[in-house]
Design a protein around this ligand. Structure first.
Ligand code: ATR
Length: 274
């Protein structure tokens, strides 16, 4: 019988996870199906407890269930607990649910893939945004050896909250200080919704960027955000948001199927075509 896996979200129709996982299922000849599962908040507890009994090996979790899913799990990985959210569930045959989070791994793996010489310890990182994505990024940066993570968010309280959770290596600045601290950062990550279709662009004083800075936008709709275009014009290395998406999925695929799939150019082209 085929193994089942899927993505739980609401809405889930825009998720790229089915395309990613089914590409690898075919490429590696895994006997499995990966399906989108649109599940409301109300139905989530019932569904999550039923999936293991229906032949599901695991599931990805997306908005709005990433945080609340932790309540229903029997085990939680350290990184998932630290990030305070899960994006990957693994089910065992006795019905136990284990929560993990591959978002931070996906972020770090993508930068290393694009810039093999990158070292988080080489200089301060600047994270813009203090939502769910930002938590995973901060965790990954600290794991990778960052000595300082500068954090800026429109709502400063949310950034202060993350500093309390992650400790003194995280230093919070005001939103209006953003342009003036750009020159100190070697790795800069946009983890806000700015630049996404329907949102205003992230407009920074790019002449303040170090030319050797690596700039990563987590936004991938559109793929070439204004922030990335401006940074590239300045001479910085611009890393787009599709890579993190592909690498977090690769880690989830390995958790379920025991194969770490290759993040290849054809997959990227497929995602861009969709
Ligand atoms: P995600 O899971 O993608 O991180 P989220 O938790 O909703 O999503 O976080 C969205 C982030 O984008 C937050 O940092 C948010 O800032 P606030 O905490 O002030 O809301 C940021 N954001 C959204 N719209 C923004 C805007 N127009 N300008 C600046 N920041 C914005």
């Amino acid at each position: 019988m085929s193994i089942l896996a899927g993505v739980l979200g609401f809405p889930v129709r825009h998720s790229k996870s089915p395309l990613l996982h089914n590409y690898w299922i075919e490429k590696y000849s895994v006997n499995a199906y990966y399906v989108p599962l649109e599940v409301s908040r109300l139905d989530f507890p019932e569904v999550i407890n039923t999936l293991p009994k229906m032949g599901f090996r695991g599931a990805n979790v997306t908005i709005p269930h990433k945080e609340s899913a932790l309540e229903y799990c029997h085990g939680v990985s350290d990184r998932s607990a630290l990030i305070g959210a899960t994006n990957t569930l693994k089910f065992s045959s006795d019905g136990a649910i284990f929560a993990d989070n591959t978002d931070g791994y996906g972020f770090a793996q993508n930068i290393k893939h694009c810039v093999p010489s990158w070292k988080a310890s080489a200089g301060p990182a600047l994270v813009i945004g203090a939502g769910g994505a930002s938590r995973a990024i901060i965790h990954a940066l600290l794991e990778e050896g960052a000595m300082e993570v500068m954090l800026v968010n429109r709502t400063k309280d949310r950034a202060e909250f993350l500093r309390k959770e992650f400790g003194a290596k995280v230093v919070v600045y005001d939103w209006i200080e953003l342009d003036s601290i750009l020159s100190e950062a070697l790795t800069i990550i946009n983890a806000t919704s700015r630049g996404m279709r329907g949102y205003p662009d992230l407009e920074l004083k790019v002449e303040n960027l170090r030319r050797d800075a690596i700039v990563n936008d987590l936004v991938y709709t559109p793929i070439h955000t204004k922030f990335l275009r401006d940074a590239a014009k300045r001479g910085c290395r611009a890393v787009d948001g599709l890579g993190m998406l592909m690498h977090q999925a690769a880690a989830a695929f390995e958790i379920w199927f025991g194969i770490l799939p290759e993040v290849d150019g054809e997959l990227r082209r497929n995602l861009l075509r969709k």
